[in-house]
Design a protein around this ligand. Structure first.
Ligand code: GCU
Length: 413
């Protein structure tokens, strides 16, 4: 089990007392039967009937009713700051999404024409990801469990759920912006906590301001974060330097879950990348391995609708499973990455949801993922459905990005 999960579980051993211990023995997983994604081999029937049915099931059982920020307003735009060592510039844009003040930072290559972009939420503020002491330190709620003093235990990076200036750059290693721009792409990043703090009480507060009480249980934080990315896409469509037809969405872990749901609900994202997304993202809920529906809905009740918790212990009665979420992304390229030291996320389950999405992708293309067994460690398989199982921990590494960029080169150029 990875360190973070262990820390999270220890911190909440009281509330998790009733959740069963996670299983890490493959022989105890047993056989599972997945629901069919398609009901015919007609693209037309998939696109005009079945896809909407599947989407609705994910809305009611997991991620909530469609949420929309009605007003997307630009509050301020910084100058384009050239980067001395790269043929690129950085710009910070402040948006209001209804009542939420959201900073969007772009690092873009100098180019004569609009460029494709990777859009992704970060965990610890834009200032933790992009170089520049002028980028504002987010004033939104900071999660010490995730952004606390992980880089250097002697250096405090959050205090009282606020970021300290010492949190600058702590997550740059996860976003190789120079490499991304050198290869002709832009990077657009947003702090997810600006859109909605990752905290059950803050979620209730957000609901109170925006929706009638009887509806709270029908929405989820992942759904609101996905709506935030769609609102950012609305803004990106207005920019001359962004190619709105070549926008990718990338996310890690809980933000990988969010990237997948964003891709399912917003077809303007043409390439979807799920890095170690695990349970509630693209590992199969039916597989009893690593994190379970019980654990995730106990620990993070706000991430999903109330109905998802109703499947604890009877996961095989879910009318959906995560291969169907992957199917909703068809025919767009998808990249799933697992990591060896991330058994909590159930790498095999992550692979199997991608593999089983073939049912839908086969309606569109023959350029399909050939493997039926999980590929060996550090042996990426690239096609419209791509996968790798990287050595090392639950994290985003340069290796992951190199592979994501290779697929962008294949489908975005
Ligand atoms: C916890 C949680 C995972 C999640 C992860 C993260 O470990 O159990 O489901 O993916 O946090 O987002 O970092």
């Amino acid at each position: 089990m990875r360190l973070l999960s262990l820390a999270v579980l220890l911190a909440s051993s009281v509330s998790l007392a009733h959740a069963a211990e996670p299983n890490y023995d493959e022989s105890k997983v047993g056989d599972i039967t997945l629901p069919a994604i398609t009901t015919s081999d007609s693209v037309d029937q998939w696109e005009n009937e079945r896809r909407a049915e599947v989407l609705k099931l994910f809305q009611s059982e997991m991620y909530g009713k469609p949420y929309k920020f009605d007003k997307v307003e630009v509050v301020s735009i910084s100058d384009k700051r050239p980067l001395p060592d790269a043929d690129a510039y950085i710009q910070e844009v402040i948006l209001m999404l209804d009542n939420q003040r959201v900073s969007v930072v772009l690092q873009m290559p100098n180019a004569d024409a609009p460029v494709p972009v990777f859009v992704g939420y970060n965990f610890c503020g834009n200032h933790s990801v992009i170089t520049g002491d002028w980028i504002e330190v987010s004033k939104s709620w900071a999660n010490p469990m995730v952004c606390g003093n992980q880089v250097d235990p002697t250096r405090m990076t959050t205090k009282d759920n606020k970021f300290l200036p010492t949190s600058r750059s702590i997550r740059e290693f996860r976003w190789p912006a120079q490499e991304i721009t050198a290869r002709g792409y832009g990077l657009v990043t947003i702090y997810y906590g600006d859109v909605l703090p990752d905290d059950p009480a803050a979620f209730q507060e957000f609901m109170k301001v925006n929706l009638p009480e009887e509806d709270y249980k029908d929405y989820s934080a992942i759904g609101i974060w996905a709506a935030g990315l769609s609102a950012v896409a609305d803004y990106l469509e207005t920019r001359r330097d962004v190619d709105e037809d070549r926008m990718a969405v990338m996310g890690h872990s809980r933000l990988g879950k969010t990237a997948l749901w964003t891709g399912a609900t917003d077809e303007r994202f043409k390439y979807i990348i799920s890095n170690n997304a695990g349970m509630g993202g693209n590992s199969l809920s039916r597989r009893n391995y690593g994190e379970t529906v019980d654990i995730i809905t106990t620990q993070f009740p706000h991430w999903f609708t109330g109905s998802f918790r109703g499947y604890v212990g009877k996961e095989n009665t879910l009318p959906i499973d995560q291969h169907m979420l992957m199917g909703l992304l068809a025919p767009r390229p998808v990249y799933v990455a697992s990591a060896v030291d991330d058994q909590w996320a159930d790498p095999k389950g992550e692979f199997l949801s991608l593999h089983n999405a073939k049912e839908v992708y086969a309606l569109y293309t023959k350029d399909l993922f050939p493997e039926s067994e999980q590929p060996a460690v550090d042996s990426p398989v690239h096609s419209v459905l791509s996968y790798h199982y990287r050595t090392g921990p639950h994290n985003v590494r340069f290796y992951d990005w190199q592979n994501y960029l290779d697929i962008a080169d294949k489908y975005f150029k």
